[in-house]
Design a binder for this molecule. Structure first.
Ligand SMILES: [Zn+2]
Ligand SMILES: [Zn+2]
Length: 390
């Protein structure tokens, strides 16, 4: 057994306790003040010198016994406005807010990895930089940390995302596209007020919005190559004030996902056209409120993938390496990958039917098989030792 794995296992209780602490106290993107404070406290307790960056992010270097290159290990730590539906002792203490993507587990694993690395300092040739990243779900943190110089002098980076769709003990390490480019958009429609019983005297922005939402799907089905994945989702719809009053205003927000950067650039034009023309057909005024690119695609390079596969084989055995198709999820770690070419994202299996941890990410039933956190901590540590030893 590798020493990294052994030490990670010895720290299983610590890692689980940290994960549960984060889980009980979820915080929205860019407002992870308590989480940030806890991380700083923990790292100081290990004798390290953490630094707060990008409002609620933390950077901390662990220097090995010998000089060498630098690798950045990234873990995000924001939660989501999702109501937790699990009845567990570590249930979220905040109504309507939950760690439903596993970022509590990421932060806890990286803290565990810090302990592992400190115990294996003699194996570290160079520097391991811990990157605790805020605001992943809004595409804020990675860019902000890069802007603040966190990747300066960094030769490679490595990130883990827990995956409830992969069994615990397996790791998805595959080259090529892993997650999509993602954007966030919002539109406003303005009609005119009226009595619900006399719709002809008003202009119904709610009806117009319904038509816009339906028509927007034709962007996907009729304007782009069906062989190239493209998703357009309207997730939030708002209109009206009362059941018997014509909605004179409506707003809706959504997201676009694709692996193709060119498609990504072209979609907003098509959306504008459809929304504007539909609004005109329904006698409404349309206005685009915002269109923001949150992530670029995650594409794992060959060399780093081969290295990560060897690391997984060492820790968990050959059968642990799996290869899963890319997901349409967005991941802002992609900006770090853009900044440092030798970078890779692995999906760590955390699904276990016996522990009811196979529910989808971002759902109120999402949970983690905490066994996966030990694997993650060992993986963070071993991958950095392997890279620095090359
Ligand atoms: Zn997420
Ligand atoms: Zn996530």
């Amino acid at each position: 057994m590798e020493k990294t794995y052994q030490v990670a296992r010895e720290n299983a209780e610590y890692i689980t306790a940290m994960r549960r602490d984060f889980h009980m106290h979820p915080e929205p993107s860019k407002e992870e003040f308590r989480t940030c404070e806890r991380i700083v406290e923990e790292l100081r307790g290990m004798g390290l010198e953490p630094r707060v960056v990008a409002v609620t992010g933390v950077v901390c270097d662990i220097r090995g016994d010998r000089p060498g290159k630098t690798i950045g290990l990234r873990a995000d730590h924001d939660a989501l406005s999702v109501q937790e539906l699990n009845e567990v002792p570590y249930k979220s203490k905040l109504d309507g807010m939950m760690h439903a993507c596993g970022h509590d587990g990421h932060a806890a694993s990286l803290l565990g990895a810090a302990r592992v690395l400190l115990a294996c300092r003699d194996q570290i040739r160079g520097t391991v930089r811990l990157l605790f990243q805020p605001g992943e779900e809004i595409g804020y943190g990675a860019k902000a940390m890069i802007k603040e110089g966190c990747l300066e002098g960094v030769d490679a980076t490595f990130a883990i995302h827990l995956a409830s769709g992969i069994p615990t003990g397996q790791v998805d390490v595959a080259a090529g596209p892993k997650s999509a480019a993602a954007s966030m958009f919002g539109y406003r429609l303005v009609g005119g007020p009226g009595h619900g019983a006399s719709p002809h005297q008003g202009v119904d922005a709610g009806l117009c919005m319904s038509a816009c939402v339906l028509n927007l799907q034709s962007v996907v089905s009729r304007e782009f190559d069906p062989m190239e994945p493209l998703v357009l989702t309207v997730g939030k719809l708002n209109s009206g004030t009362r059941w018997n009053v014509i909605a004179s205003e409506a707003t809706f927000e959504g997201t676009v996902r694709t692996y193709n950067p060119k498609t990504f650039k072209k979609v907003p034009e098509a959306m504008d056209r459809i929304v504007n023309e539909t609004a005109a057909a329904y006698r409404c005024q349309a206005e685009r409120l915002f269109y923001e690119e949150l992530t670029v695609p995650v594409v794992n390079p060959e060399q780093a993938t081969a290295r990560a596969r060897r690391t997984v084989e060492k820790l968990l055995g050959e059968s642990a390496v799996v290869s899963r198709p890319a997901s349409a999820g967005g991941e802002d770690y992609s900006f770090m990958m853009e900044a440092v070419a030798d970078s890779i994202l692995c999906n760590m299996g955390s699904g276990n039917p016996d522990k009811d941890s196979c529910h989808p990410h971002h759902s109120g039933r999402f949970d983690i098989d905490e066994e996966a956190l030990v694997n993650s901590a060992a993986m963070y540590a071993q991958y950095s030792i392997d890279f620095l030893s090359e």
